[in-house]
Design a protein around this ligand. Sequence first.
Ligand SMILES: C[S@@+](CC[C@H](N)C(=O)[O-])C[C@H]1O[C@@H](n2cnc3c(N)ncnc32)[C@H](O)[C@@H]1O
Length: 270
Amino acid sequence: MQVASSDEPTGSGAERADQHPGAKQADQHPGATRADQHRVARQRQRWTRRAPGWDHGDMPGLEKVAKAVLDEAGSPAGKVVVDLGSGSGQLTLTLAREAAVVHAVDISPKMLELLQARAASDGITNISSLAVPLEELTLPSASVDVIVTNYALHHLRNPDKQRLLDKAAVWLRPGGRIVIGDMMFGRGSEARDRQIIASKVIAIGRKGPAGWWRLAKNVWRYLVRNEECPVSITTWESMLRTAGFTGVRSYSVVAEAAIATATAGKAAAG
Ligand SMILES: C[S@@+](CC[C@H](N)C(=O)[O-])C[C@H]1O[C@@H](n2cnc3c(N)ncnc32)[C@H](O)[C@@H]1O
């Protein structure tokens, strides 16, 4: 029986390497603690296991969010694009058809292997794969035009989210855009959070015993292991501003999924 992933929007419409020179492996990073290393190893293992079945085909909600991210990103023609937590290429492959280059970053080498296989079968050759945890990604300053990400950043702890945004603001050229698509809700302090949490529990619980098992695993990941760390739309907005982005905008797409987008540097309006 197919069970909805915790990484897909639930509720309405959603029921159902190459090594880059600037990238470091967290498990090799001198500052990485044992806990960091375990966390990275667990995430890599988890996503490597899920990689062969990871597709948006049977997840219409996720498809809508990916489309919203691509729409917000605008034309990638001739641009340098970075896809954070690229998976097997759900954003990257579309962007690479017009971009100068897309750097696909993911913790799972298996995901990137699948991405490159898809690219090769479509004759796409301008994708560079970076098999590194986002927590340890480094890129040259002002080297990127657009940063996109879909359903990946809730896997980072909150301080790591902020650090990533701080670095992203430096990697982008002035006027460059960041577009974040993700599940966005907090731990219940806002009414929207409580509504989303309740609807997720109901949607997963309705799937019967397999759903209840999924629910138990999600509660474990969310509350105990801290592997799923979504934050609210307002928190994303405030983190973007803290990182120095301007023109910050956000909106809900479907169920708990939302977009937050902003512009880097002084060239931004607003
Ligand atoms: C839900 S999938 C989304 C994939 C793709 N963006 C999409 O739209 O389908 C989350 C992706 O984030 C990656 N990921 C999770 N934690 C990560 C981390 N700390 N660093 C880099 N990638 C990570 C996973 O390997 C997985 O490919």
